[in-house]
Design a protein around this ligand. Structure first.
Ligand code: AMP
Length: 394
């Protein structure tokens, strides 16, 4: 039986999965990709095979599929019936937080899971879902080896100076430091550059991961030296529904003067701000680009302004800039956003090739641009599958 790896990415209301075959030579390819979405509201399993053909589209009531464990049962059931000739050899998970110490993926054991539980307060909206998925697999298939791949791990190469906040030192020791996120995406890009852009792979590169969550990372010689996200995934760039970097005094003001509760502020900062809150229209960049509303324009202008501003900061961290890489939903697909950012980065030596930019890359800067600019699609699931395969010796 041919062995396969299942990759799981558990969110607050969805469980995404990819099933990877393990060829003896060459890159792993997904046999199936899908998700159970709408957990808690309108559960629905959607899945496609490796050729993009729909292999499942099923809806349930919230009573039938109530939680991630039941969603996982449905996914396993589907994969069992579709891929009877394959043997599931391991499961890789995206886990948002690996705390201050984990700089590499981790084989799950009872002790490891206990340790990961201690990071729940650091990422209360994400970590519990990630760990629930691990426990659900343990329940359904206790014999399966599981691997946790952390969104923070890639950034553990950063210096202490990059990690510190200007709070009393004991807060750093208590874990209040910059962790950085989207690490699996940045690690994938860093691993891909030697093949797609060898001339910059060992240089000073800023990667802009612009999706519904958005952040930027300064990479030198393939290692993370700075990132825009900090203690939580709220920091840095403005995002789909998050404001990004803002004066912490605003939180105090909302608490003390406006009488908002911590829960209300959390909701404001995670779900009602950013592109959605500013535009009043939505958080989907395609919708904002198509809109002629002045507030949609304002949201786009602030989005690109903040990226350009962060780019300047990260170029300073790197001591100069050789290349800028765009990735994730917006970064890979929006020529307009890339153009607006590159216009604001002309002072750094960025010159766009408009035709290449309109075609989404891969090199989108002009031949004599001092800083080269690239579009490189990210693949966090493949990064997790690679880690899982390696750690399990498959
Ligand atoms: P991600 O989180 O990486 O899946 O990215 C999701 C974001 O990518 C959403 O805000 C989408 O609106 C955005 N996106 C996807 N395709 C496009 C496109 N063609 N133009 C602009 N934004 C896009």
């Amino acid at each position: 039986m041919e062995k396969v790896i299942l990759v799981l990415n558990a969110g607050s209301s969805s469980l995404k999965f990819s099933l990877f075959a393990l060829p003896a030579a060459g890159e792993m390819r997904p046999l199936a990709v899908g998700q159970v979405e709408g957990l808690g509201t309108a559960p629905r399993l959607k899945a496609k095979d490796g050729q993009g053909e729909v292999i499942a589209d099923t809806r349930w009531s919230t009573a039938e599929v109530a939680n991630p464990a039941q969603a996982l049962q449905e996914i396993i059931g589907l994969l069992r019936s579709r891929f009877q000739e394959n043997e599931l050899a391991g499961v890789g998970h995206r886990v948002v937080h690996g705390g201050p110490d984990y700089s590499a993926p981790l084989l799950i054991s009872a002790e490891a899971l206990e340790k990961l539980d201690t990071f729940v307060p650091l990422a209360p909206l994400h970590q519990p879902h990630n760990l629930a998925a691990i426990r659900a697999v343990q329940q359904a298939r206790p014999e399966l080896a599981q691997v946790a791949c952390f969104d923070t791990a890639f950034h553990r190469t950063q210096s202490m100076i990059a990690d510190l906040y200007g709070l009393p030192y004991e807060y750093y020791e208590r874990g209040i430091r910059r962790y950085g996120f989207h690490g699996l995406s940045y690690e994938y890009i860093a691993a891909t550059l030697p093949a797609v852009a060898p001339e910059i792979a060992n240089g000073r590169v800023v990667v802009a991961h612009l999706g519904s969550g958005a952040s930027m990372c300064a990479i030198h010689n393939g290692r993370s030296v700075g990132s825009s996200m900090g203690f939580t995934a709220l920091d840095g760039l403005m995002m789909g529904t998050r404001p990004g970097n803002m004066d912490p005094g605003i939180v105090l003001y909302l608490l003390q003067q406006e009488g908002m509760s911590a829960k209300q502020i959390e909701d404001l900062l995670y779900k009602r701000s950013g592109l959605l809150g500013l535009s009043g229209i939505g958080n989907d960049m395609r919708v904002l680009e198509a809109s002629d509303s002045p507030r949609a324009r304002l949201a786009i202008d602030l989005f690109t302004y903040r990226i350009a501003r962060e780019l300047g900061g990260l170029a300073a961290v790197l001591g100069g800039l050789d290349a800028l890489v765009f990735t994730a939903g917006i970064g890979e697909n929006s020529a307009r956003i890339r153009q607006l950012v590159c216009e604001k980065a002309r002072w750094l030596g960025v010159e766009l090739d408009e035709a290449a930019n309109d075609q989404n890359g891969s090199r989108i800067s002009s031949a004599d641009s001092r800083v080269s600019v690239w579009v490189v699609p990210t693949n966090e699931e493949l990064m997790i599958a690679r880690h899982t395969r390696k750690l399990l010796g498959l």
